[in-house]
Design a protein around this ligand. Structure first.
Ligand SMILES: NC(=O)c1ccc[n+]([C@@H]2O[C@H](COP(=O)([O-])OP(=O)(O)OC[C@H]3O[C@@H](n4cnc5c(N)ncnc54)[C@H](OP(=O)(O)O)[C@@H]3O)[C@@H](O)[C@H]2O)c1
Length: 330
């Protein structure tokens, strides 16, 4: 079979290759999936560059943490047998999904209802579950409260705007391009501000000089620093990405006065920290909100696997239109 692989860490457009590799064989508790589509997420690009929290156990290795496919074989075990022939969302931290076939733990594949098309099913879990976990499970943003978020024009940022409108919390959104303002307002954003005009001063103005109790930042650097500086007394900011590649810098006095806090959030750790019942509840909530059209992933340009170089270049291009998708099979 053919797959995208890399033999060493480096810039994705330089180190990723499309080539023939042996077909994977599922072990007990695993399933083999014929892949249909997989998105290119920022986490995939960080993984290939060697800057992600997870590292490959061996090289060559195949990237691609999520995607959608059909279960075509299983290595034994009840869950694997039950999944046979099903179209599933594949959450893969073992083999990588940018491949004609992949293997994953049977517990990490989620059957997807027929009314969710492949492009949405490919991004079924990571961003929707993160949007819910950040706002409802960890911060527990109450209706009416402000949630400040940077990179609000990202796929995940847009889901958070839509979730705010649905649940009743107010979103104060930071974007870096003026053309993102209208699009976010249409989705139901309460306020949209431009990063270059300064975050802290605009947040203080909108909140009558109080600041916000709830904030999330996937950018870091000066953006993340200003987001943290916009916290009200007792406020909490979750850092959940590093789009700028730069550290957040905070004067301890800022956190000490008014008991503010900054925490990290990673979906993988969140999932490990909750029991089976809560995991199933989260999956049900994700499925329901996607089916209801509340959470959607906007698909940008679609590439075949063999054009991986063009695909990762497009995924890293500022101002790209929607999530870049790898179309793998039919
Ligand atoms: N911690 C977790 O568990 C977790 C889970 C899911 C996602 N994430 C993180 O969430 C973030 C968004 O993911 P996604 O899938 O929604 O991304 P995405 O839409 O595929 O693309 C990245 C977005 O971030 C913006 N961006 C990139 N660099 C930026 C910078 N330096 N300053 C401001 N904005 C910048 C881009 O803005 P333009 O449109 O202007 O180019 C683009 O909208 C990523 O950092 C990802 O790693 C974390």
């Amino acid at each position: 079979m053919n797959a995208v692989v890399f033999d060493q860490f480096g810039p994705p457009e330089q180190v990723l290759q499309y080539r023939e590799v042996p077909e994977p064989i599922p072990a007990r508790g695993e399933v083999k999936v014929r892949m249909l589509a997989s998105p290119i997420n920022p986490s995939d690009l960080l993984y290939v560059a060697g800057h992600y929290g997870l590292k490959p156990k061996t090289f060559p290795t195949t990237p691609g943490f999520e995607g959608v496919g059909i279960v075509v074989a299983n290595g034994g075990g009840l869950i694997g047998r039950l999944r046979m022939g099903k179209r599933v969302a594949v959450l893969n931290d073992r083999q990588g999904n940018w491949s004609e076939f992949t293997v994953a733990s049977a517990k990490q594949v989620i059957p997807v209802p027929a009314d969710i098309p492949d492009d949405q099913a490919a991004s079924f879990f990571v961003n929707p579950a993160t949007a819910i976990a950040l706002t409802e499970r960890v911060l527990k943003v109450p209706a009416g409260a402000w949630l400040l978020q940077s990179a609000a024009g990202s796929a995940l940022g847009k889901m958070i705007v839509a979730l705010g409108k649905h649940r009743g919390f107010r979103t104060l959104n930071v974007v870096r391009r003026p053309e993102q303002i209208e699009a976010l307002k249409k989705l139901g954003a309460d306020e949209v501000i431009l990063e270059k005009d300064g975050i802290e001063n605009q947040v203080r103005k909108i909140t009558n000089n109080v600041g916000v109790k709830y904030a999330i930042d996937p950018v870091g650097g000066t953006t993340g620093t200003q987001v943290v500086r916009s916290l009200a007394d007792g406020g909490v900011c979750l850092l959940y990405g590093l789009l700028s590649g730069e550290p957040v810098s905070v004067d301890p006095r800022l956190l000490i006065t008014g008991s503010k806090s900054v925490q990290g959030f990673w979906l993988a750790d969140h999932m490990k920290s909750i029991g089976l019942v809560k995991k199933l509840q989260l999956i049900r909530e994700v499925r329901g909100l996607i089916q209801a059209g509340v959470l959607r992933s906007e698909t940008g340009i679609t590439y075949p696997l063999e054009r991986i170089g063009d695909a990762v270049r497009e995924a890293a291009t500022p101002g790209k239109s929607g999530k870049v998708l790898l179309r793998i099979g039919n």
